[in-house]
Design a protein around this ligand. Sequence first.
Ligand code: T4K
Length: 365
Amino acid sequence: MDKEIFVTRSSMPDYVEYIEAIKPLWETHWLTNMGAYHKQLESQLKKYLKVPDISLTVNGHMALELAIQAFGFPRDAEVITTPFTFISTTHAIVRNGLTPVFCDVKPYDGTIDETKIENLITEKTAAIIPVHVYGHVCNIEEIQKIAEKYNIKVIYDAAHAFGVEYGSKGIGAYGDASVFSFHATKVFNTVEGGAVTFSDHKIYEKLYNLKNFGIRGEELVTEVGANAKMNEFCAVMGLCNLKHIHNSMQKRKRAAEHYIRRFSEMEGIMTFRGNDKATKNYAYFPILITDIYKSSRDEIYKKLKEHGIHARKYFFPVTSDQACFKNKYRYIEIPCARSLAEQVLTLPLYEELSDEDVDKIVDLF
Ligand code: T4K
């Protein structure tokens, strides 16, 4: 069997660097509940992500669930969202008791098709939850215009968009809130972790309650909350990984550019360009295996697997077709989302992926 190559490989600091960094925990024994490292990471990420405010969480999914909950939408409200995403986006809406309304996406970048949002708005629409899928930036300006026109909220699922900048601002500075994932498979990880970014400080207080049982004093609980705090071991992992993030993205960039060079010679294989006004974080390397290519996406997926290369069909099937959601919600045509889901293949991309690894993968096409 060839050396196995997975779709990604967690970035980790040097072992000694992390061990040295967590040593003080053996003196303080303060391991969680908004400890010193949690505070440090919040303040460093606020600067790095160029956002007005941030609240850390135990993972990206809980960040999304609690961000939605923080706005207190009525129970039967509708939320316009994309089906071309990881299942977490749709779960977070439904677990809040809200109804997802699936909008189609744009074929060239997979983000929500802003021209189709307005038709889906009803008197029950409370929010739009678009996804900066693969780090591709949504049409922020148009989405904002629609939100203002109908007085609805915008919560971006920015799980893939860590470090992306748009204009002079961090991507998390747009909309009413944005949600990031720091999962082990992400470009920046805290093992498990996530964050909500926003500009209204009232949201910080609300999220504080929601992630810490609503506790505001030893004998005072002001609201019903969950437990979704980031612990100190994860926060230290984040502080260490943040020191190396530039380097890490540069290495991913090198591998991504090598893929692009190789695929530019191949008719029928499309790579994504993303938004020219946004910076790139090289979080994922999705390609489209179009109908004119000699093999189908599934044939390539299988062939790669036979050679120990574990590409992934992120995101097939569309979330609205998953067993738990199929035929449950309003029927809306989503031809582009379905077609992308059938043609997309996310290829391995991580720091240590060498040009030789990329060549080995592309040579199998
Ligand atoms: N919104 C969006 C748009 C998202 O994509 C996600 C998560 C979320 C919200 C929710 O955020 P989190 O609650 O997860 O923070 C993975 C991740 O678990 C998930 O975080 C991610 N999106 C999704 C796209 O992918 P799987 O089930 O495909 O991962 P898995 O376990 O198959 O791992 C993939 C590869 O990564 C492995 O083959 C090897 C490598 N790996 C994996 C792990 C777990 C490592 O190198 N280290 C590891 O620790 O879901």
